[in-house]
Design a protein around this ligand. Structure first.
Ligand code: RNT
Ligand code: ZN
Length: 422
């Protein structure tokens, strides 16, 4: 166990060092309470869900690889795992559900038949924990998504099926927001696209627009539901064209005043989303982030504290837009302890925000405006070796969660006593 006096002393030291450059660490910690990260339920079970006992992620251009033992196989196990994860994280989190995680009670309920009642036990559980819920239609892992198209399908029967599914998801999401007193973000991502270049991209996009227009023709109070749409450049099997591209959804979101989801694994590997944030925030009230880590072909590795994560947090904090950005995680790695994957990723995202909050932005801005680029660059470089870790440790300490390495031991214990016994 870490010694709390050591943590407090390190914090006092760090506090003094940040104070020298005009930063109040207590205020930064206070601001961290506004960063409520939505944990994706699907890292618990490799995006399997509970439609059938042997459900597995299928197609959709996404894939979970690895066979680490102990994955959650029941709703109770998902809940237990998420509660464990939350007990290891400072601050508050939300839970982000996918439609395939409904409480179907052994009954076969197709996607165009789901109702609020299938999610009531989740809502009750969330209420008990005092957390908010977010939601996602599941337009993959289904026979009617096998040919690669859902809302943009040229087969009217298929398209109608998915329109009905997404409509029902919005209704369920609105009910979650209503019952829990915090708006539910319902994020629409569809896999539609093709391996090779279609000659008629326009018709696919027109079909998607038509489907969305119908879906959004029903409106819900903003206090209950926030709609978001998620773009992607390519996926497995949709290398040449994805119908819901960045331009498609950016135009759609601006025109229809929805949120826009930026998943940082969904762009060209050298393209960064951080620089998109201050532009998009001029045209949209809010955005949703899917914080992920792209590695070569995969867009869903566990988030770590890297330059990309840091610059995303910096752009949000520098634009004073914490209140306008909904932060969710999105990755699924089945090759390591899944609880560990959550805690590593969430802590990394939190640390990126903390670093951004500890930046002497006014000083940097003044240097920039006076043309003193030497001061700007030297300050940015010097910030990299400031003791932000001591501030994060203290943030964990005052939130009564394990500090530093202590969380690893706690996960190893849960693995031995719970996950591996499944
Ligand atoms: C897929 C999208 C999408 C999914 C989840 C499971 O590329 O990122 O958000 O990861 O809906
Ligand atoms: Zn995503």
């Amino acid at each position: 166990m870490k010694d709390s006096n050591t943590i407090k002393t390190a914090y006092q030291n760090a506090k003094a060092q940040y104070a020298e450059i005009g930063i109040n660490t207590d205020e930064a910690i206070e601001q961290m309470n506004k960063i409520v990260i939505s944990l994706h339920c699907w890292q618990t079970d490799d995006v399997s869900g509970f439609e059938t006992p042997d459900a597995e992620l299928g197609g959709g251009g996404i894939m979970a690889t690895g066979n680490f033992p102990g994955k959650a196989r029941t709703i109770d196990q998902v809940k237990a795992d998420i509660e464990k994860v939350m007990s290891l994280l400072p601050g508050k989190q939300r839970l982000n559900l996918h439609a395939i995680y409904g409480d179907f009670n052994g009954e076969k309920v197709d996607r165009d038949q789901i109702e609020v009642k299938h999610f009531q036990s989740w809502i009750d559980w969330a209420k008990k924990l005092g957390i908010g819920l977010d939601f996602n239609p599941t337009c993959f892992s289904h026979p009617l998504s096998n040919d690669g198209y859902t809302l943009a399908s040229k087969d009217e029967k298929i398209r109608r099926f998915w329109i009905e599914h997404v409509k029902r998801c919005r209704l369920i999401g609105a009910e979650m927001g209503k019952q829990l007193g915090t708006p539910c973000v319902n994020n629409i991502w569809i896999p539609d696209g093709s391996k090779d270049h279609p000659v008629d991209r326009y018709t696919y996009r027109a079909l998607l627009k038509e489907s969305l227009d119908e879906i959004f023709s029903i409106s819900y109070p903003k206090e209950y539901l926030k709609d978001s749409v998620e773009c992607k450049l390519f996926g497995i099997g949709s290398e040449a064209m994805v119908v819901g591209s960045h331009e498609f959804y950016m135009g759609y979101a601006i025109k229809n005043k929805t949120l826009l989801t930026l998943d940082n694994g969904h762009f060209h590997p050298t393209e960064q989303i951080a620089d998109k944030i201050p532009s998009i925030l001029l045209y949209l009230d809010e955005i949703l982030l899917h914080v992920s880590r792209g590695v070569r072909w995969d867009s869903d590795h566990v988030v770590i504290l890297n330059d990309e994560m840091l610059s995303i947090a910096q752009e949000i904090v520098r634009a004073k837009a914490i209140d306008r950005v909904n932060v969710a995680l999105d990755y699924f790695d089945a090759s390591l302890n899944r609880i560990g994957a959550y805690v590593i990723g969430t802590r990394a995202a939190q640390q990126a925000f903390l670093c951004a909050l500890l930046e002497p932005f006014d000083m940097l801005k003044a240097a920039e405006e006076s043309g003193n680029y030497f001061k700007r660059l030297s300050t940015l470089e010097l910030m990299k070796t400031k003791p932000f870790g001591a501030v994060y440790d203290y943030y964990c300490l005052i939130n009564n969660v394990p500090v530093g390495e202590d969380y690893v031991a706690s996960i190893e214990k849960y693995e031995a006593e719970v996950s591996l016994k499944r």
